[in-house]
Design a protein around this ligand. Structure first.
Ligand code: HEM
Length: 584
């Protein structure tokens, strides 16, 4: 007897005498050839060996074909006149991220710096072909001028057109997840809700929130004169409460009532680091149609139903009692009736240097309206697209202010001066827009700590011609990455890039900035629709906080910050701990 491999059930057809162990997986004890010959005879053994040999050849053949296909797939960039990164089958070029050996930011910066003279280069994000853009003209061409070829984002959550009628699927109905014409129509329907004048009206709700936030913090710091917070927790609660009031018409105090239902539901929905979410992402990525038929969405069914119910009840109450509140529900109700239109903005419509402008797609007139599930999905946008981004934006601004007390002091002086001019009354939308140093600090914070990268999917074959000898086809189905973090930290565009220097954005200096290379809110018609809202929110919260507190380090503050490794956004390892110290 000897140890051997045996996986195939051939013998079973030949004789019932053969024990079932030949069905076993590996390393089963089977009789050797000599003892088998006593049972079957030499001819049978020879036939069996032939079958096994044939099978081996078939397997080797199949493996050979797979190898050739995989190699062909990963050789994609080799016939393009651009450099490309080395790959490992299945992990592609993003192995260090997948195996959590570096942070997303470090990865983006490393690959960006790898080919300093290239305008564009190739890599594989696991199995996805990605073109990474490094050059301002190429970025402008692809994201703005020739946008028609690159309308959609990479379908991470299986976004496609097949979800119609399925109420359980919300992500595909949000502006973020929509594609093609549906996206164009929805962008045009929604964009009048995000103009400067609408934000000015909504500011009232944010201001109300600030006036309720400050007394809570004062109460919490009454004894010691300060209150310590983990900043992600703190700003997530703040962002949550602002979404509650601005998008869902609810007033919530998550700093005080820490386990309120709205907060716990929102937190659960936004927790994408769960195994079940990973399974859904994989399912939606590889079998989108099947998942959609089964009603699987990235958003949990429980949260979907919870938030849908709030919105439906709010709409009913408003229709019944004629309630008007300057929030998202009201704007979307107007949009459904077709009464929400782009108006000529009478005053300055930017909310700061970083504001992105709406393109003709957003300004076009459409006769379409939205279904009820689409209506609900757009309210969820504040969570899906605006929750983590805003709270992270505030977190890093607080960190930089704590590390740079001189900059914080200068900002405080501007705030104190504005407060004096307002006679101690709450800030208004317009006063915030006039605060130059505040805008410089926010702009610099978003430069240093942007969303690491944004992407596009190539919808049809596109010939990239830079007019200087670089010409090749970007094939339909491949994707584009704009490595924002690498660009924002490139000394060519931002001298001394790792230094927090709001002066870069002063009136004298901002003209020197190449606007294509400043993109905290993305670029082109598919840019961030909520940039005005985000800037208004960050400024209002920072104004209220700094007027009453200084932001300082405490014994738990980690300097320099360590970010979480792997394919995750900007997350701080062990949290960012800071102190709000009451001003005298
Ligand atoms: C500091 C806060 C924020 C940052 C840094 C940010 C950044 C971004 C970026 C980089 C994109 C991708 C743009 C592109 O592909 O060109 C984006 C898209 C988007 N953002 Fe924001 N965002 C923020 C806040 C918000 C808020 C508050 C909302 C609320 C509505 C929002 C709604 C959206 C939507 C709906 C999209 C997708 C737009 C589309 O596909 O048409 N964002 N954001």
């Amino acid at each position: 007897m000897r140890w051997t491999f045996q996986r195939f059930p051939f013998f079973i057809h030949q004789t019932k005498k053969v024990p079932l162990y030949v069905y076993g997986t590996i390393h089963k004890r089977v009789p050797d050839i000599s003892s088998l010959s006593q049972v079957f005879g030499a001819n049978q053994i020879a036939a069996t060996m032939e079958v096994n040999l044939l099978l081996l050849l078939i397997i080797v053949g199949i493996l050979g074909v797979i190898y050739r296909q995989v190699k062909k797939h990963y050789d994609y960039f080799h016939d393009k006149p651009i450099p490309s990164m080395a790959t490992v089958p299945l992990l592609g070029s993003t192995g260090p991220l997948m195996t959590k050996r570096c942070t997303f930011n470090d990865f983006i910066q490393t690959i960006y710096n790898k080919y300093p003279s290239a305008k564009i280069f190739g890599l594989f994000d696991m199995t996805t072909k990605m073109f990474v853009l490094r050059d301002p003209e190429v970025i402008k061409k692809i994201t703005v001028k020739d946008f028609e070829y690159f309308v959609d984002r990479r379908p991470l959550f299986g976004a496609n057109k097949e979800d119609d009628g399925n109420e359980n699927i919300l992500f595909n109905k949000t502006l973020v997840g929509m594609v093609d014409q549906r996206w164009r129509d929805m962008r045009a329907i929604l964009s009048p809700a995000f103009t400067g004048s609408k934000m000015r009206a909504m500011f009232e709700l944010i201001e109300q929130y600030c006036t309720q936030m400050v007394p809570i913090l004062k109460e919490q710091s009454a004894e010691s004169g300060y209150v310590d917070y983990e900043m992600k927790d703190f700003f997530s609660r703040v962002a949550n409460d602002i979404i509650a009031t601005c998008a869902f018409g609810l007033q919530v105090e998550s700093l005080k009532s820490r386990d309120n239902e709205f907060y716990t539901m929102g937190k659960q929905m936004m927790n994408f680091n769960r195994f079940i979410v990973l399974l859904r992402v994989m399912g939606l990525r590889f079998f989108p149609s099947l998942m959609i038929k089964m009603g699987v969405d990235i958003v949990d069914r429980e949260q979907n139903q919870y938030f849908s119910k709030i919105i439906k009840e709010a709409v009913r109450a408003r229709e019944t009692h004629g309630i008007v509140r300057p929030d998202m529900i009201h704007l979307l109700m107007q949009a459904r009736k077709g009464t929400l239109k782009h108006q000529q903005e009478t005053t300055e419509s930017t909310a700061g240097f970083a504001t992105v402008e709406e393109s003709d797609v957003g300004k076009s007139v459409v006769s379409k309206t939205m279904s009820e599930p689409e209506f609900i999905a757009q309210c969820l946008i504040f969570f899906l697209a605006g929750f983590d981004t805003v709270s992270t934006g505030m977190l890093f601004m607080a960190y930089e202010l704590a590390l740079n007390p001189d900059i914080q002091q200068k900002l405080y002086e501007e705030i104190a001066q504005t407060n004096k001019e307002l006679g101690g009354k709450p800030a208004t939308y317009d006063t915030l827009q006039k605060m130059k140093y505040m805008d410089m600090v926010v702009s610099e914070s978003l430069r240093m700590w942007p969303v690491a990268a944004f992407d596009r999917k190539c919808g049809r074959d596109y010939v990239l011609d830079d007019g200087a000898g670089l010409k090749f086809t970007i094939d339909a189905g491949t994707c584009i990455w704009v490595p924002v973090y690498g660009i924002h930290r490139d000394p060519k565009y931002y001298p001394n890039p790792d230094k927090f220097e709001p002066e870069r954005f002063s009136d004298e200096n901002r003209g020197k900035i190449d606007m294509t290379m400043y993109m905290p809110f993305g670029m082109g018609p598919r840019n961030c629709i909520g940039s005005r809202f985000a800037l208004m929110e960050i400024k209002a919260i920072m104004y209220a906080l700094l007027l009453n507190f200084s932001i300082e380090r405490n014994e738990k503050t980690q300097v320099p910050l360590k970010l979480v490794k792997g394919f995750v956004g900007l997350q701080v390892e062990n949290g960012l701990h800071l102190r709000f110290k009451k001003r005298k």
